[in-house]
Design a protein. Structure first.
Lengths: 257, 279
């Protein structure tokens, strides 16, 4: 009974929405909205085949490479800057500017500087995603409990082991918040860089469908992007749970008191 | 972010006590040095031939172009268009998310019932809607609005739901036993608890809205700074393009600072002087 109830909660609203969509489109043919059945068949015909290898997987590869590179770069730079008070003060205004700069405007810039190729698309993703990670790492390092720092000092924990065992763990919750922002920006930039200047990739294909008024195909592309977004969010939640298990445990204990 | 935490008095006091005042220069001088070094670097790159000047003009040239832009009506019209789409989109998203968030959050049934749909719809990137926006609205401002509202709505909704869930149970029960009506409960019990969360949501949504306003203008061609950037780029006015990009950056900085100030003002009464909520 209990599982039945939770299944009802899980699927209730989606089923209602699907029914609504189905009933809404089953009457007269609507040019802008395909019927659910039509969308499913178009989805399978369009994306399971050659297009998977030529457009979808390369896009996802670029996204993964770009985001991972941005995370590594952001954390390394963030540690270097965050651990030094002077560096922090020197870089703050410039970094704040780059964080406030809407990342899509980097697409035309990098098109000029790098040219139109895979490198440009990855560069766009890196240059957009690095700021939230970088700034959150700096903030995470800056706001470490001073008692911890002094304890490290008195115990003679310095250099790499201090970063590995004291700095990084305390900064991780903040860094993860930055990584989450970076993921959604990365997905946006992946699509935009392909829509702007490209002859392949998901973004390009979807715009192509829209320009040729292939509406069901266009919707199926939107569904693909949605699925990628959902998958990324689940992967992130899984990673975050593993990386921050100790932290969530600690919070629970604190909240329980 | 740093500025915000520094200036929230309690945190600043703590930091100052634990760390002796540094011997060096004050913070703003160091920041200024950072800006000068950055600009110098930028100025030298094309001059030394690291990159071609036709792809990255020296900083002085770009800044001159930006100053020239400030005298043109067309520039201010573009800024106005961008800000208009930003503001309308943000307001629609915040109002819709606030109302829906309160209704859903107040009812445990609705919260469980809608959870799966929200978790599924939320991560869908709003840029996926670009083709739909073009199909429905073409290059009108509605295209920008569709993207902005979709992206901002979830940011605010999630925060409102967190905020409502954070309401103290005892306070809620007390209000109920004193015969508070639904509206009174929302206004006097839920709202004060939720407000910090709502403000966080609005602050995040404000910067997301700018990103999407610029994106829509850049890709779809709805009126605003983004379209001017695309036009400058295709027209080969490279310093003009960089000047406009600088302008969008300053717009972003301005929006960030205004939302931070508003947030601080609105929450100045809040008993738990909240640290920066990291989202």
């Amino acid at each position: 009974m209990k599982t039945l109830k939770s299944v009802g909660y899980l699927l209730g609203l989606p089923v209602i929405l699907l029914l609504w969509w189905w009933i809404g489109t089953s009457g007269e043919a609507n040019f802008f909205v395909p019927t659910p059945a039509k969308l499913v068949t178009t989805f399978i015909d369009t994306w399971f085949g050659e297009r998977m290898l030529t457009d979808v997987l390369p896009s996802i590869m670029r996204l993964v490479v770009g985001v991972l590179a941005a995370i590594v770069l952001g954390i390394v730079l963030g540690l270097a800057v965050g651990l030094n008070r002077t560096m922090r003060a020197v870089t703050e205004p410039v970094f704040e500017f780059f964080r406030a700069l809407p990342p899509p405007v980097l697409v035309p810039v990098l098109m000029l500087l790098v040219g139109i190729n895979d490198g440009m698309k990855i560069a766009v993703i890196i240059s957009g995603c690095v700021w939230p990670v970088l700034l959150n790492t700096i903030e995470g390092v800056r706001s470490i409990d001073p008692v911890q720092n002094e304890t490290s000092k008195s115990y003679g924990i310095t250099g790499f082991s201090r970063i590995r065992y004291q700095i990084l763990p305390s900064a991780t919750p903040t860094i993860m918040a930055g990584v989450r922002q970076a993921l959604s920006i990365g997905l946006i930039l992946m699509v935009i860089s392909e829509m702007f200047a490209s002859s392949s990739g998901l973004g390009f294909t979807i715009v192509q469908f829209q320009r040729s008024f292939a509406v069901p195909e266009m919707w199926s592309g939107i569904v693909v992007l949605g699925l990628i977004g959902v998958a990324l969010s689940f992967i992130f939640q899984w990673v975050e749970r593993r990386v921050l298990r100790w932290y969530h445990g600690l919070k629970e204990v604190e909240n329980a008191v | 972010m740093t500025q915000m935490t520094e200036s929230s008095t309690r945190a600043a006091a703590k930091v100052k006590v634990s760390r002796a005042p540094s011997k060096g220069w004050p913070k703003w001088v160091l920041g200024l040095i950072g800006i000068v070094v950055f600009l110098g670097f930028w100025e030298l790159m094309p001059i030394l031939g690291v990159v071609q000047a036709k792809y990255l003009p020296p900083a002085s040239e770009v800044i001159a172009a930006l100053i020239a832009d400030l005298g043109f009506t067309a520039f201010w019209v573009a800024v106005g268009d961008t800000l208009l789409a930003w503001a309308i989109g943000l307001v629609i998203a915040v109002v819709a998310a606030l109302i829906l968030g309160l209704v859903i959050g107040m009812s445990p049934f609705l919260r469980r019932f809608s959870n799966s749909s929200i978790e599924f719809l939320r991560p869908i990137p709003s840029v996926a809607l670009i083709p739909l926006a073009v199909l429905l609205f073409g290059i009108k401002i509605e295209s920008s609005l569709l993207l902005i509202v979709y992206a901002c709505f979830w940011q605010v909704l999630i925060q409102v739901l967190y905020g409502v869930a954070d309401v103290d149970n005892v306070a809620m029960q007390t209000a109920k036993s004193y015969g508070f009506s639904y509206v009174q409960r929302v206004r006097d019990v839920v709202f004060p608890t939720m407000l910090p969360y709502l403000m966080t949501g609005i602050r995040l949504a404000a910067s997301v809205a700018l990103i999407l306003a610029i994106t829509a203008e850049l890709l779809i061609g709805s009126p605003g700074l983004g379209r001017e950037i695309a036009l400058a780029q295709s027209g080969g006015a490279i310093s003009g393009m960089y000047a406009l990009i600088l302008a969008t950056g300053f717009l972003g900085v301005a929006i960030n600072s205004v939302t931070r100030i508003v947030e601080k003002r609105v929450l100045s009464w809040h008993p738990s002087v909240r640290g920066e909520a990291t989202v």
